[in-house]
Design a binder for this molecule. Structure first.
Ligand SMILES: NC(=O)c1ccc[n+]([C@@H]2O[C@H](COP(=O)([O-])OP(=O)(O)OC[C@H]3O[C@@H](n4cnc5c(N)ncnc54)[C@H](OP(=O)(O)O)[C@@H]3O)[C@@H](O)[C@H]2O)c1
Length: 287
């Protein structure tokens, strides 16, 4: 039986959606911290099990009879390492055979505050745990682009502190489909995969494509991190969040998300969403 954590969140839920296309619901379990948010999963026959990453004994209970666990990483600005260690220890105690764990893509050695340090600590802990592991270094979601540049088509320019850096964006649903395929196939013992797009795009590329779709000139301005933070704060974001978005700009500038990899494409059996496809369906729906 496969258990997916974070099953009420975007990625975990979409992994279960994908698993249900190939695997009987009776062989799928969902770890959730609020069962009221998982009614649809229960209605589809998924075994919904309650536990918080911070509740060790509930985790051990939830992992009974499970062969494989997908640990969907905890959210930033929480004690991610403690939560991930709890999941790893509880899985081992409950006799889980194989733990898959999500992490962030690392195509350079840039350390992203609140994310990379805890990912590195988790990966080291998992490797030393004695569990069979698979580490999934996930690329930046296309769905996260709106956090960086806004959810409306910019009037004349994109202002972001990423230099000439590129991102191998990937749709979260495509990441989920590839993850489900890995969970249900053989041969991933103690392997690490980068799950990202097959092409990487700069913010100049994004501006060019938006210009073509909008029929007017939209350019990309590489601005200083401080100016970007001020812009985000003025738009209503708390300073801590504005800082975090600016960090993604620095990560992009330093190539952390730039490497492309064929793994998602291989498991999807087609090319992941391109820049034009994503921008057209998201920023120009119905056009
Ligand atoms: N690669 C990227 O671009 C990117 C972007 C954003 C995040 N991430 C990382 O990838 C993870 C999955 O992304 P996502 O889009 O699915 O995030 P999401 O929609 O925020 O989902 C996070 C899931 O984790 C669950 N969770 C959080 N804290 C928990 C705890 N203490 N105990 C048990 N469950 C807990 C949440 O439960 P509730 O529903 O109860 O809140 C939710 O189901 C994120 O958590 C983050 O680490 C990656």
């Amino acid at each position: 039986m496969i258990l997916v954590t974070g099953a009420t969140g975007g990625l975990g839920h979409q992994v279960i959606d994908s698993l249900l296309t190939t695997t009987p619901a009776a062989d799928i379990a969902a770890l959730v911290r609020d069962v009221n948010k998982a009614t649809d999963l229960r209605e589809r026959g998924v075994d919904v099990r309650p536990a918080d990453y911070l509740d060790y004994s509930a985790l051990v209970q939830a992992f009974q009879g499970i062969d494989k666990v997908l640990l969907v990483s905890a959210v930033a600005f929480t004690d991610r390492v403690l939560q991930h260690r709890n999941v790893i220890d509880a899985a081992r105690e409950a006799g889980v055979k194989h733990l898959f764990c999500t992490s962030i893509q690392r195509s350079s050695n840039f350390v992203l505050t609140e994310v990379t340090e805890s990912d590195l600590a988790t990966e080291a802990y998992l490797k030393a745990s004695g569990l069979v592991y698979t580490i999934l270094k996930n690329g930046y979601y296309w769905e996260g682009l709106a956090y960086l540049i806004g959810s409306e088509v910019p009037h004349t320019e994109i202002r972001f502190p990423a230099g000439e850096g590129k991102i191998a964006f990937v749709r979260r649903s495509e990441l989920a489909a590839a993850t489900a395929a890995l969970l249900t196939s053989e041969g991933h013992e103690n392997q690490e995969y980068t799950l990202c797009g097959s092409e990487a795009y700069s913010f100049h590329d994004i501006a060019r494509e938006l210009s073509a779709l909008a029929g007017r000139s939209i350019t990309y301005q590489d601005i200083a991190s401080e100016a970007y933070k001020e812009q985000k704060i003025a738009a209503g974001y708390p300073e801590i969040v504005a800082n975090f978005f600016a960090q993604w700009g620095a990560a992009t500038r330093h190539g952390m998300l730039a490497g492309t990899d064929p793994t998602v494409e291989r498991w999807l059996g087609r090319k992941p969403a391109s820049l034009r496809e994503y921008l057209k369906t998201t920023y120009f729906p119905g056009s």
